[in-house]
Ligand binder design. Structure first.
Ligand code: CA
Length: 255
């Protein structure tokens, strides 16, 4: 038996779950989790940046060379790529050029050991969006990332649409068939995630990492509970169901 309570912990909205005598809690997270690809060959630097970004609730993958970087950037959706210039098999400039030639327009923030104007110009010419010289202050890195991600959000329409369901990412208003639907914070995050990846399968693992920013087995059941709540609010009473379960795999939101 699971019990859910919505509470405030350390001044932040959170959800408490009590299951088989064990207590779990998750902070509510209104902002979408951003996925970052960090391309950095220096192990200590990579783990330092990764850890720092994860503390800020970003999801981070690390590529230690150009080959892995290109593979990941072409096969996974990232919101931002942090790209070191000097890599063992190539340069950040060359990766940047390749990605842009392949019409991958993910924001790119270049990192280099040299605060060299020539590098900066070359970086921007090959298609990078911003530039930061090492050594840098971690807060400055965070500020640059936040600025780029804001730019990304502003470029796009804030309204996600699937069939007659609309979600406004700015106002958090949800409408189905012209009627407003009220969701709790976590239900909203889950629906937003499903809508961002509409017509694609999202696995429970992906949901736990992106919506809860946590990765542990006990979430599986929690996700099912929240999916059911969403179904009751989004699909109940409608002939056309939008939330689909894929046995053993996950969920898909589609017409
Ligand atoms: Ca390097």
């Amino acid at each position: 038996m699971k019990i859910f309570l919505e509470v405030t912990l350390d001044g932040r909205a959170a959800i408490l779950s009590i299951d088989k005598g064990r207590l779990f809690y998750f902070y509510r997270n209104h902002k979408i989790t951003m996925r970052i690809l960090l391309v950095e060959d220096e192990k200590n630097m990579a783990s330092f940046i990764k850890r720092g970004l994860e503390e800020e609730r970003y999801v981070v993958d690390v590529a230690p060379n150009g080959e892995k970087a290109l593979f990941l950037a072409e096969t996974s959706p990232y919101d931002l790529i942090i790209l070191d210039i000097m890599l063992p098999d190539t340069t950040g400039f060359s990766i940047c050029k390749d990605l842009r030639a392949k019409k991958i327009d993910t924001f790119i923030l270049m990192l280099t050991a040299r605060d060299d104007v020539k590098d900066k110009v070359l970086g921007l010419e090959t298609g990078a969006d911003d530039y930061l010289a090492k050594p840098f202050d971690f807060d400055e890195l965070l500020a640059r990332i936040a600025a780029l991600l804001r730019r990304k959000r502003l470029d796009k329409s804030p309204i996600l649409k699937v069939a007659d369901l609309e979600l406004n990412q700015l106002t958090h208003k949800i409408i189905r068939a012209k009627k407003e639907i009220i969701l709790t914070g976590k239900e909203y995050c889950l629906l937003e995630y499903l809508m961002l990846y509409a017509n694609q399968v999202v696995t429970r693992t992906e949901i736990s990492e992106h919506v809860w920013n946590e990765d542990f087995d006990s979430l599986t059941n929690v996700i099912d509970v929240f999916i059911n709540r969403l179904r009751n609010k989004i699909d109940q009473g409608f002939k056309k169901k939008l939330i689909h379960s894929l046995r053993g795999t996950g969920y898909m939101l589609k017409e």
